[in-house]
Design a binder for this molecule. Structure first.
Ligand code: UN1
Length: 509
């Protein structure tokens, strides 16, 4: 199966780690072995980008920008349209590669590639809608307006859990805005990145456009640091952990660059006494075990009204007993493996700490021992009942451990929900309009995403995506997030034959 996918995309065993368009930049960097989370067998080796290759990539990108910014925005949209079309053609194979390399279920992998297609469609429309405002000048025969210009070379640092979609949110929008992109993919998922690079490069070639419009580099922390320190990259958009985001944000701020950060989540679902449990239970279930608990939007905390606590627990425990865990490429699988051995160790340690701190394990997960899966990074999920003061509620464990907390009063539930350092996604399950509106009011959720009667994960690309507090404050994807990829210029034009000064200042010669 894997060989079919690799042959289909013409990927061989060892690949250069730096690409500008179709051109692989020769790198003397060391080799990184990519293991499948399904069986820990090597899939391929990738050469890490060294400093010399990095410089070459940035220079290519800078050159490409000078040409690309002169292509009219709707024509840039046409290139993104072609890319979206290509993704439609390649959806099946690319999704399978995502499932194989990263470990998420095939259904969710299809969803991930669909997000790419959706953002391309969005960006195509946007390419004719990069609107600026006009203002009325206080001076006669003066005109004021604002316009938006591209930034230049945009650096994109993406995480393993959405190995392709998050790059596409950034790049599709950045491209229609007139920028070129350098992508540092996660070192855990370099193959899917390589395939995306090949697909966009084919389109650039077919349209005789400079290859540096899309560049790919590989590596770990060091490469991210080169990008963050690099004055030639006016914007760094980074998705990943809070410590990574802090390092990127501080380094970029030191040089007055812009950063767009999408970091950890610690997302809660409030289930009120008026919830429709036929909706709430499957939403909590998918939110907690989807992508094996490795979405930044995963549901980590269920805050449940005491009157329905018993029923929620019994239905959820029952649902957990029916989870199909296995090969992500099997279409019936609900939950694939964690991404790597390290993730398994961190999950097991998380369960241990939870028990030591007094968490009551309602479902105690651990390593999955099934014979045919024992070589992979497979685990079973957990549910723990804890108090609101439980210290680990403050931490994001990137794994399928769901905490349940009981509450008596909605204000208390919202307080529990907001009382964590992160602020990405949140949701309330209720059929009561007063409860829903309170949750959505300024007294309610403090997160970037607030839902009613749907889960915390699975945001649509049309909305701005991101969160507050330690989540980093950035907004990617839909709505007016495109403004992050452009610089605003305020223009005032005097078409009179006098020079009146603003604020009525008199200055006679
Ligand atoms: C992420 O986990 O980094 O809302 C992104 C969701 C997906 C994107 C998640 N559309 O769950």
């Amino acid at each position: 199966m894997l060989q079919n996918i690799l042959d289909h995309f013409q990927i061989n065993g060892v690949n250069e780690g730096s690409w500008t368009g179709q051109q692989s930049v020769i790198s003397s960097g060391s080799l990184l072995e990519v293991l499948s989370p399904h069986n820990n067998q090597p899939i391929a080796s990738i050469k890490l980008t060294d400093k010399q290759a990095y410089q070459k990539v940035v220079e290519e990108a800078q050159g490409a920008f000078l040409k690309w910014r002169n292509v009219p925005a709707p024509k840039r949209g046409e290139i993104v349209r072609q890319f979206g079309h290509k993704l439609r053609e390649e959806k099946e194979m690319l999704s399978k590669l995502v499932a194989h390399e990263m470990g998420k279920s095939l259904q969710e992998s299809y969803g991930e590639v669909q997000e790419m297609i959706d953002i391309c469609d969005f960006a195509v429309g946007l390419s004719r809608q990069l609107y600026g405002l006009t203002m009325h000048s206080e001076r006669p025969m003066h005109r004021m307006y604002e316009q938006w210009h591209p930034l230049g070379v945009v650096g994109i640092i993406s995480a393993f859990n959405f190995p392709v979609a998050v790059w596409s949110w950034n790049s599709a929008i950045a491209w229609v805005c007139g920028n070129v992109c350098i992508w540092k993919a996660s070192e855990k998922t370099p193959l899917t990145a390589l395939v995306c690079q090949k697909l966009i490069a084919e389109i650039l070639v077919a349209n005789q456009l400079p290859q540096g419009i899309s560049c790919l580099i590989s590596g770990a922390r060091e490469v991210g640091e080169w990008m963050s320190e690099d004055n030639r990259l006016p914007l760094i958009s980074a998705t990943g952990s809070v410590p990574m985001g802090k390092a990127v944000g501080q380094t970029v701020a030191k040089r007055f660059g812009k950063s767009l950060l999408e970091l950890g989540g610690n997302n809660a679902m409030i289930i009120t006494e008026n919830a429709d449990l036929n909706i709430a239970i499957p939403a909590a279930y998918f939110g907690a075990i989807g992508t094996s608990g490795q979405r930044c939007t995963s549901t980590r905390r269920l805050i449940v009204h005491r009157s329905v606590l018993e029923e929620v627990i019994s239905r959820l425990v029952n649902a957990y007993a029916q989870i199909t865990i296995g090969d992500p490429l099997d279409a019936k699988t609900h939950m694939g493996p964690l991404v790597d051995k390290l993730a398994v160790e961190s999950y097991l340690a998380g369960i241990d700490v939870c028990k030591k701190l007094g968490g009551q394990m309602l479902v105690e997960g651990g390593r999955l021992e099934a014979d045919h899966l024992k070589n992979g990074c497979y685990v079973t999920p957990s549910i723990a009942l804890v108090d609101a003061s439980f210290p680990n509620l403050q931490k994001e464990l990137f794994a399928p451990l769901l905490y349940i907390i009981a509450y008596d009063d909605l204000k208390e539930a919202v307080k529990i929900q907001n009382d964590v350092p992160q602020g990405l996604s949140s949701t309330i399950m209720t059929t009561n309009i007063r409860e829903a509106e309170y949750f959505l009011s300024h007294n309610g959720s403090d997160c970037g995403i607030a839902n009613v009667n749907i889960g915390t994960s699975g945001a649509e690309i049309g909305g701005a995506f991101g969160g507050e507090k330690e989540t980093g404050g950035g907004r990617e994807s839909g709505s007016d997030a495109w403004r992050n990829y452009m610089r605003r210029q305020t223009v005032t034009i005097n078409y009179s034959d006098e020079l009146p000064l603003s604020q009525g200042i008199k200055f006679e010669l």
